[in-house]
Design a protein around this ligand. Structure first.
Ligand code: THU
Length: 134
């Protein structure tokens, strides 16, 4: 398992590739897979604004598309004093594919917070509500 520092470092590095000309808010994320590998992502904005994809979702979709399917934690890095937590849609997608992973938040200098996803997404809607066999 990769240490949380390596994970935060990967998220910091991914932030350098952010495509954030509209918000000016660069975010990096890094997902630690169960096999110890790390898949990173950055936010990618679009002139329509609404098609923006968050760093967390980029990392998750990259990982899923490469065949990774078990995850341990995710790190999120932005240049903020306060923690930058995943937005609501990212929490929902992370819950679907990662379950109750640890979410580590950091800025450019230090860790700013650490929470389980279940704490960030209480009472989730998920497949367990759709009935057996889903
Ligand atoms: N953003 C992320 O990539 N992750 C977060 O956790 C919060 C927000 C991005 C989306 C958008 O490109 C910019 O930050 C401002 O909201």
């Amino acid at each position: 398992m990769a240490g949380s520092d390596a994970l935060v470092d990967a998220a910091r590095a991914a932030r350098a590739f952010a495509r954030a000309p509209y918000s000016g808010f660069a975010v990096g994320a890094a997902l630690e897979c169960a096999d110890g590998s790390i898949v990173s992502g950055c936010n990618i904005e679009n002139a329509t604004y609404g098609l923006t994809v968050c760093a967390e979702r980029v990392a998750l979709l990259k990982a899923l598309s490469e065949g990774r399917d078990r995850f341990v934690r995710i790190a999120v890095v932005a240049d903020t004093d306060r923690p930058t937590p995943p937005c609501g849609p990212c929490r929902q997608l992370l819950w679907e594919y990662c379950g109750d992973i640890e979410v580590v938040m950091a800025n450019l200098a230090r860790e700013t917070g650490r929470h389980q996803l279940a704490t960030l997404l209480p009472m989730p809607f998920d497949r367990s509500l759709l009935g057996p066999g889903r």
